[in-house]
Ligand binder design. Structure first.
Ligand code: ADP
Length: 425
């Protein structure tokens, strides 16, 4: 690593490439510029290591930085592996929530230059702005991951932070979810399993915007969508598919599919029709576009609803036990259709299920919830290749993961049963 000289105006120009720093008062940006140093790193050089003391925040000037272990289960900050865009802040996660040490490492892939700034200085400087400064700091921490995703062109980052929900606080006081945190990466297929009544639907409803949290926050792509002081609202950025279905019975399958994108002005009727027909064809439903929901099977309805969800282009697709109640054969066909649609769209999916085999089969990551009050007890990384098909179900690694999930959920189900919950998984 070498230190180089750089004009203050040039430093300011680099800092202003970052949207949060750019929104600070000019005087502050100048002060930051005065305190930061230009550092250059040769290709292959380590910038910082996991466990190092975290004191510096970096703003990329040019080059390519990689966080090699970002995808490991330890690091659920939603940070992408590669940093390549000028103005991107990296090395900030170590300072978030007052952690003193690095939680990930970073190295230069190519020759790289970055402005290094003392994190404590940045904090104290922002605090001089009082409440406003505090909110800049919060933005900076949150946007760290969001900004990283913007670099990679991905959206659909769901961040549930210390969420809590108490039903009927002045009466029965049912603590459904307590201090529950989840990070779902853009494009990730994440399943949540856990005993009945552990708070899975509560959590999903809080992301969907159907119900207000009692504590904590939910963000979608860095935007706050649920917090105690807010009135959450559902939005087209979060499409929910339930087991009971929600197709308009008076409209044909095709009309059901094209309505959303046409009404929202995202597609012309012709474009939407073409796209809908294409997706229907991909999951074996080419012949049903003129039928009404009442005249097709429930498995078909589910497939149509998932297609409708994808056509609406949400940030995240929320599926709450969508295949519950389907017979075994229909379920397999519908799961395969979902996998195909997921491979085509790579939307972020949050999938709630009781069926552990289904969770492992579909998801990249299975989160096991504790018994009520629910929070995440265990994460099972499903590192099985895609595209997947039913042959996977008998492979040793699949069976191993399934056993892991059964063990984790069973333990919680027993606790729930002993605690007097009526149903258990
Ligand atoms: P899951 O989806 O895991 O089965 P839920 O999120 O539906 O669990 O429910 C979590 C807990 O909260 C359960 O004990 C349930 O009885 C309770 N609960 C859910 N909704 C309400 C409500 N509207 N009022 C009171 N208690 C509720």
């Amino acid at each position: 690593m070498r230190e180089k000289d750089m004009q203050i105006d040039q430093k300011i120009a680099v800092l202003r490439k970052n949207p949060i720093l750019a929104s600070l008062p000019h005087k502050l940006v100048s002060q930051i510029a005065e305190h930061c140093e230009l550092k250059s790193f040769a290709a292959g050089e380590e910038i910082f290591r996991n466990g190092d003391e975290a004191s510096k925040v970096y703003v990329l000037l040019k080059g390519h930085v990689r966080h090699p272990e970002v995808n490991s289960p330890m690091h659920q900050f939603g940070i992408v592996q590669e940093v390549m865009l000028e103005g991107t802040i990296f090395g900030y996660a170590g300072l978030i929530e007052g952690r003193g040490s690095r939680v990930i490492s970073a190295h230069a892939v190519t020759d790289t230059e970055a402005l290094a700034l003392d994190g404590a200085y940045l904090r104290s400087l922002l605090r001089t702005l009082g409440r406003e400064g505090h909110s800049y700091l919060q933005d900076l921490s949150r946007s760290y991951a969001a900004h990283e995703y913007a670099v990679s062109g991905h959206t659909g980052w769901v961040s549930v932070r210390n969420a809590g929900k108490v039903y009927d606080p002045s009466g029965k006081h049912v603590v459904a979810v307590d201090n529950c945190s989840i990070e779902i990466r853009p494009g990730e297929f994440c399943a949540i399993v856990g005993p009945s009544g552990c708070g899975k639907s509560t959590l999903m409803n809080s992301i969907a915007g159907f119900d207000k949290l009692t504590s904590g926050e939910v963000f979608l792509d860095g935007k706050l969508i649920n917090a105690p002081g807010q009135n959450p609202k559902p939005g087209p950025d979060r499409i929910v598919v339930f087991q009971n279905g929600a197709l308009f019975p008076w409209a044909t399958v095709l009309e059901n599919l094209i309505r959303g994108p046409v009404v929202q002005g995202r597609m012309t009727e012709r474009e939407a029709t073409e796209k809908a027909r294409d997706l229907l064809g991909k999951v074996g439903l080419a012949d049903i576009e003129n039928l009404y929901p009442g005249s097709i099977s429930s498995g078909m309805c589910r497939r149509v609803e998932i297609i409708r969800g994808i056509l609406n282009d949400p940030g995240v697709l929320l599926l709450d036990e969508p295949f519950r109640g389907l017979d075994a054969l229909t379920k397999t066909v519908t799961q395969t259709a979902l996998l195909e649609l997921y491979d085509l769209s790579r939307k972020t999916v949050l999938f709630i299920t009781h069926d552990l085999e289904e969770a492992i089969y579909l998801a990249d990551r299975v989160l096991v919830m504790t018994t009520r009050p629910g929070h995440i007890k265990q994460t099972i990384e499903v590192d099985l290749p895609r595209p997947r098909d039913a042959r996977l179900l008998t492979q040793p690694e699949f069976v191993r993961l399934k056993e892991l999930a059964i063990e984790a959920v069973h333990e919680e189900a027993v606790k729930a049963f002993n605690a007097g919950e009526k149903e258990f998984a």
